[in-house]
Write a protein that binds this ligand. Structure first.
Ligand SMILES: Nc1ncnc2c1ncn2[C@@H]1O[C@H](COP(=O)(O)OP(=O)(O)OP(=O)(O)O)[C@@H](O)[C@H]1O
Ligand SMILES: [Mg+2]
Length: 271
């Protein structure tokens, strides 16, 4: 049984994100909507963890609470040992589910935005943005505006915007949703390279189980709302991973089957 015992992690690397019995109910005109029921989760420094679960189970809500945009109804969240209480952690980067590029700024200016907020010297901003655009294969589009880009390019710009300020902790909400397989696979490879170089702690929300297994150290399955953690599996595939050939490998299929055994039940129950 590969199921992960959450309590054993305290003996390992430093815990960077910790959710302790977190719940969230939204108040609406017709009453309360319980999105998150009772979620406890620990993510260690440098870990890449993916969250999967049915639509509406509170995945975006969880990220928004970790980022400090929303307060939990009950339970506590700590980032880097400090309780999250409405403030945004300075080491945190967030790629939102919705596109957040500024339409009146060029690609270059969008990527530079976070660095400008942090008052970096002009030359450093220029150099860093040039380096990032090269990494994202977007150098030729530095002066293009968001509406002139394809969906895949826009997602790449959003990724670079977040990485520009070198966040130690990255929250990603379906950053590769609605992309074609080719673009997605290339972005996966780029993200893996960046993660291996910079060693950030990454929490990714995705609907794509293939993606979750290929990229992550752990895959966490949430139940239908009000959500709880149903399953937490460590992905025992060594890095660096070849995302092009991994999908058909026996290790990949074994992980897919065991996680889908739990996740698929949530979809079947909802049907
Ligand atoms: N601001 C809000 N006010 C009231 N209800 C909300 C609000 N935001 C989210 N919800 C509800 O909370 C539940 C969880 O929403 P959330 O967006 O976190 O789900 P999700 O798991 O990210 O879904 P998806 O996979 O479709 O992105 C849903 O039932 C949603 O309708
Ligand atoms: Mg969502």
């Amino acid at each position: 049984m590969r199921r992960h015992a959450l309590c054993t992690q305290s003996a390992g690397p430093r815990v960077v994100i910790e959710l302790d019995h977190v719940s969230k109910a939204y108040q609406t005109e017709t009453g309360s909507t319980w999105a998150v029921g009772d979620v406890s989760l620990r993510i260690a420094n440098g870990e890449f963890v993916s969250i999967v679960g049915p639509s509406g189970c509170g995945k975006s809500t969880l990220l928004n609470m970790i980022a400090g945009f929303l307060a939990p109804t009950s339970g506590t969240i700590t980032v880097d040992g400090a309780r999250v209480a409405g403030q945004i952690h300075p080491s945190l980067g967030y790629i939102f589910q919705k596109d957040t590029l500024l339409p009146w700024y060029t690609v270059h200016k969008n990527v530079a935005l976070g660095l400008k907020f942090q008052d970096y010297p002009e030359q450093q901003i220029k150099d860093r943005v040039a380096e990032l655009l090269e990494l994202g294969h977007l150098t030729a589009f530095a002066n293009a505006y968001p509406h002139q880009l394809s969906g895949g390019m826009r997602r790449r710009v959003a990724l670079l915007m977040t990485l520009a300020v070198k966040p130690r902790i990255v929250l990603m909400d379906e950053p590769f949703g609605a992309l074609d397989t080719h673009t997605k696979t290339h972005l996966h490879r780029e993200l893996m390279d960046i993660w291996r170089k910079l060693g950030q702690t990454i929490l990714l929300v995705t609907h794509d189980l293939d993606e979750a297994i290929m990229l992550s150290d752990r895959v966490v399955v949430l139940s239908s709302p009000p959500s709880t953690v149903l399953y937490d599996e460590r992905i025992n595939i060594a890095h660096p991973r070849d995302v092009f050939s991994l999908r058909g490998s026996p290790q990949f299929l074994e992980h897919f089957q065991s996680i889908w055994g739990v996740l698929g039940q949530q979809f079947r129950a909802a049907a």
